[in-house]
Design a protein. Sequence first.
Length: 460
Amino acid sequence: GQLLLRGYDQELANGQHLRNAYAFYGQQGDDQGAAVDKRMRLFDLTDTNPTDGLPYAEPNLRFRADDDQRTLMSGQVLLRGLFGEEFAKHSETMGEDPIIPLHTADRSRDVLGLEQHMCPRLNDLGTQAEQSKEFQSLNNSHEAITIRTMMERELGGDFLDAAIDCLMTVICTDRPLPDILNDYNGTSVPTSQGESRASSSSSDSSDNGNHNYGDNLFDRVAVLSNALDTFRSTFNDGAYAKLAMGPLWAEILNFIQPVIDGNKNATKLNLISGHDTTIFPLLVSLGANMWDNVWPPYASMLILEGDGPKHMFRILYNGRVFTSRMDGCPAESELCPIDVLMKQIKESASLIGGCGSVLEDEEASILSTTVQDSKLLVSNAGGIFLLFGIMLLSALMGGLVVFVSLTRRLPFQKLKTSTLLEMRRTHNVLDLTDPHDDENHTGTRDPPALTLTAHEKIWT
């Protein structure tokens, strides 16, 4: 999909929010952020000759995105909102547009969205999650059956695995919904914790034109789809999310450590443009309470701030401070010791080498054991004779089975006439009428001749 004009406006606003929060550009008439708190000033845009280079040049800024057009453009538009005035001045002064390096990778191999084909162990963890009692209970619940039945009968098929994208791309662009789903009340939010609410809506409602599927179908479809889609990432203390986000956390860690170490050349702003499927597993990987179970809205921003000298950090998600949600952080403070964050990140990043499939390892182990046992067997004369005897016996048994199945008799058993006739009928070649007989022939056929003829026709 492409970035729509509405998405363009959202990302432009995101950039302007970052400008107000982290860039000082004089008397900007704001009572918060970089205007009043010098600690928040990543960039002093009033300095026309900065000693540490242009604010939008490396190492001050690093721009990272995957190779999807919409994520590339989202990052570009956000940067325009952040440095738009500076870009215009640069073009006017230098006679050319500024060039900002983009760090990306092939979409099929990018760690911004680690896939199971890149990390087979993810398939193991996903299977464990889907085989769990909790998932089976959700997937086979009365609500799930009701929603799937409604989809099959009214919408042409079960698309729960893509329902969030289908619903949101339609309603957020003011396109008409199918009549049966056109009941969004403007206040409900698709969370993964709405099972009881959705179930009660279904069971308590009467026939309202929706064939007893219940009310609030838009919300309930979104809730169920979200719960099923995110289950594997949250199951077992987020084991799937921690492994999937491990390579990305390892990449981010490379830019956090220089800040902690007080390196003057440390990157000031590391901008990563990804997907909703990047944001929520990142949050899950930081702890059980970090994700609010709401599917990330369009143009969501997850911000990780670090104060190197004081060794403190703060996490913000869509304008809300999430720091206190993290295990080990003070409940009443927006700041937390950075050691807490580093411990959690390193735990996830350390899993980067754990992508081997346990199931494949077990199969390889069984094969290796079989090979070792075979080598041990033929390492002495007795073992060789035993192996030869097993092979000979297997060959004889195989030959016997083939012989009996083809001839329908045991070896050395005499072939009777009735048997020959039966075989002759089976092959449809026995004719009890002599083709040389004519209307005037009154003699009887010689049975031995018939038997001999049948024998010749069968075995010739």
